[in-house]
Design a protein around this ligand. Sequence first.
Ligand code: GTP
Length: 170
Amino acid sequence: GNKNIQAKLVLLGDMGTGKTSLVLRFVKGQFYEYQESTIGAAFFTQVLSLNEATIKFDIWDTAGQERYHSLAPMYYRGAAAAVVVYDITSMDSFERAKKWVRELQRQGNPNLVTVLVANKADLESKREVQNEIGEQYAKDNRLLFFETSAKSAQNVNELFYEIAKRLAKA
Ligand code: GTP
């Protein structure tokens, strides 16, 4: 295959849920226990080659702190894919993720490929959000769903490959 696709991808979610960590795991294969909080937003690129297409991701990693909320539309406007992240050890972060999903459903691109990501799956002993809760919410809202760990790398590449596949099909 020889389709070349350039796709804007945005990450949204509460502060500290692991947005930057997921991107760094995907783009650089790295993880930092003391990852600094993002200010405003950070930009990354990564290319994924599938049989049917090559996808160049332009990735906007937004800041989760509430005071940056009003900037978010600049980042999800024109996006082909959105990754909404919560932390399985924080029910608050799941509630925040649901708000992002609703905002995207109201304001986002109607063809947006949206993924709900339950991160920090390595912290099972501190889990507050059961897998089934996230999965059911995703199903009800027609979102892709992955439980990931940026720390262990569980499901991180799978998540971005699935998005790439969806974009290649569109
Ligand atoms: P903001 O930039 O403030 O919105 O945060 P963020 O969502 O980008 O989170 P960040 O990647 O900065 O991670 C916050 C903290 O959680 C850091 O100390 C990371 O090391 C840690 N962290 C991120 N992902 C994981 C994970 O999968 N497992 C564990 N155990 N810790 C993680």
